[in-house]
Design a protein around this ligand. Sequence first.
Ligand code: NI
Length: 184
Amino acid sequence: MTDTLEIVRLGHPVLRQVAEPVPEELLDSGQLVQLATSLIETMFADNGVGLAAPQVAESLRLFAYWVPEIGPQAEVPPVVLVNPQLIPVGEDLVEDWEGCLSIPGLRGLVPRAPRVKVKARLVNGEPISFTADGFHARVVQHEYDHLDGIVYLDRMRSMGSLMFESELERTTADGDADASDATD
Ligand code: NI
């Protein structure tokens, strides 16, 4: 049985709100487990690599994501992070393509920290901390931004790279599948 939710698109005010922390008493509750499960199912149903609660009109600080195996990037199985904190490592930002399920069809080059330290809770309340690199770090930063009402367009250095996914695929048609195929 699937339990997918409607993804709201840019223009819905919830995408521009700072989301509320998930209250301690909601950790490990049926309500939170249900929301987390729905986030993962909706993310997969829409072929995304990440989905934050505000994108399903729930203004709470949690998001689902996963990272497919791409080249040297190891797979990260689907997970939901609750009340995450991010600490970028290093100062140099790296640009790469991003898309967003709330801004369908578009891609743009977005500068991100290549490595972030992550501290969060799992849905069952267990604390988790790890360091994410490369595309994993990018996905986590993109999803975290949704919790602060920020979308990737806000992070672009220039709108000059903004393009439709179909045009990007045409210009990279000779290349292998890479992170530009992913939306979060
Ligand atoms: Ni997004």
